[in-house]
Design a protein around this ligand. Structure first.
Ligand code: ATP
Length: 321
C-alpha cells in the first residue's frame, strides 16, 4: 500500500522548470530510487517532500498527511540525510548525535543510549570522541545517516548517499541502507550511480529534465525495454576484413568485430542464428559459443531518456580518495 503519494508536482525557479509535473507512489517498506544526471531535479523533489521547498503546484501526501500544508507533522515521522554533511565540525561523533536527538525532544538517557547504539551499528564507536572534522569522508557520511535516523523515523530520505566517497565506504553505506529497509523503514533515495540504483532499490524512477521518464523494478525495466537484441559469437578464427561482406548478407543486422576472435550481432528484431552460421561456415569460420547479451539498466536508461550514460557518473569516477 502506498504511504507516499506525489501528484502532479511542479517547481519552477523563474524560467527554470526544475520539476515538471511528476507523479509517483512509494509503498511501505520499499527502497525507491530516483536515478538521473546532474540537474535532473532530484534534490528539488526531495526538498519539496521534506518541507524545505514549497511546490509551485501539486500534492504530496505522506501517511495521509498533507506534506505541503502540514510540514511540521510530517517532519516527526521522516528522517533526512542531505547531500552535504550538516553536522558540527568541532563536536565529536557522540555529541553530534546527542545534539540531533535533543532537537527531536529525546531525553538525556534515551539520546545517549540511542547515540551509542548507532555508533556501534555504523562501526563508528572507536571514533565517537573524535571531532567530526577529523572523520574521513565515508565516516562523515555514515555519521550523517546515523543523525538522520536518530529519532527512529518511519521514512528516510537520502540525497546522493554515496557521492564522493571511497568504494569501500559506499559499499558499507549500501549495506546499511538495505539493513534499514529490513528493519521496516521506507527509503527514498536519489542517485546518479546506475550501480547503486541497481543494487539497492526495489523500484527505480528515471528522472531527466524534471520529468519522470520511466518507473519500475530493475527487472521490469530491463525485461520490458524495447531494445536491440545482441548475440556475441566466439569464433575459431578472426573475421577481420570480412565484416562488410558478412554484414551485407545478414538481413537487418549490424555486425561489430570485438576482440580478435569474437563478434557481436545486433538487430532490432530477433536474430535468426542459422543464416549467420551458414555465412560464417561458407567463410570457413566455426562458432565455438553463442551468448545472448541482455540489456543492462544503463542501456535501458540511455534508450529511454536519450541521455548518454557518461552523464550518469560511474562509481569509480565519483570516488575521491
Ligand atoms: N534555488 C534555485 N534557483 C534556481 N535554479 C535552481 C535552484 N535549485 C535548483 N535549480 C535548478 O533546477 C534544476 C534541478 O536542480 P536539482 O538540484 O534539483 O537537480 P539534481 O538532479 O538534484 O542535480 P544534482 O545531482 O546536481 O544535485 C537545475 O537546472 C538547477 O540549476
Amino acid at each position: 500500500m502506498p504511504i507516499i503519494t506525489v501528484t502532479n508536482l511542479k517547481k519552477t525557479f523563474g524560467k527554470v522548470c526544475a520539476v515538471d509535473d511528476i507523479s509517483f507512489e512509494i509503498d511501505e517498506g520499499e527502497i525507491f530510487g530516483f536515478l538521473g544526471p546532474n540537474g535532473a531535479g532530484k534534490t528539488t523533489t526531495i526538498n519539496m517532500m521534506i518541507g524545505l521547498a514549497r511546490p509551485t503546484d501539486g500534492d504530496i501526501v505522506i501517511y495521509g498527511i498533507d506534506a505541503v500544508k502540514d510540514v511540521k507533522k510530517v517532519q516527526g515521522i521522516i528522517g533526512v540525510v542531505p547531500d552535504e554533511n550538516n553536522l558540527y565540525d568541532d563536536m565529536d561523533g557522540f555529541d553530534n548525535l546527542c545534539f540531533c536527538a535533543a532537537l527531536y525532544g529525546m531525553g538525556k538517557n534515551e539520546r545517549e543510549k540511542r547515540a551509542q547504539e548507532l555508533l556501534e551499528d555504523f562501526d563508528l564507536a572507536a571514533a565517537e570522541k573524535r571531532p567530526f572534522k577529523a572523520y574521513s569522508k565515508g565516516m562523515r557520511r555514515k555519521l550523517t545517516i546515523a543523525a538522520g535516523i536518530i529519532h527512529d523515523p518511519k521514512i528516510l530520505f537520502l540525497d546522493e548517499p554515496t557521492t564522493g566517497i571511497d568504494v569501500e565506504s559506499a559499499r558499507q553505506i549500501r549495506r546499511l541502507i538495505v539493513s534499514l529497509k529490513e528493519q521496516g523503514k521506507t527509503i527514498f533515495l536519489t542517485t546518479h550511480y546506475i550501480e547503486e540504483a541497481q543494487r539497492v532499490c526495489d523500484r527505480v524512477a528515471f528522472i531527466a529534465n524534471g520529468k519522470i521518464v520511466k518507473v519500475g523494478t530493475v527487472k521490469e525495466l530491463v525485461e520490458n525495454a524495447q531494445h536491440e537484441h545482441r548475440i556475441k559469437l566466439v569464433l575459431d578464427k578472426s573475421i577481420k576484413g570480412m565484416k562488410e561482406e558478412i554484414e551485407s548478407s545478414l538481413e537487418n543486422c549490424k555486425l561489430k568485430i570485438q576482440e580478435e576472435n569474437s563478434c557481436l550481432i545486433i538487430s532490432k528484431e530477433r536474430i535468426a542464428l542459422y543464416p549467420v552460421l551458414r555465412i560464417l561456415d561458407s567463410k570457413g569460420v566455426s562458432v565455438y559459443e553463442a551468448i545472448e547479451i541482455k540489456p543492462s539498466l544503463e542501456d535501458v536508461f540511455v534508450s529511454v531518456t536519450g541521455i548518454e550514460a557518461f552523464k550518469l557518473k560511474k562509481e569509480k569516477e565519483g570516488v575521491e580518495k
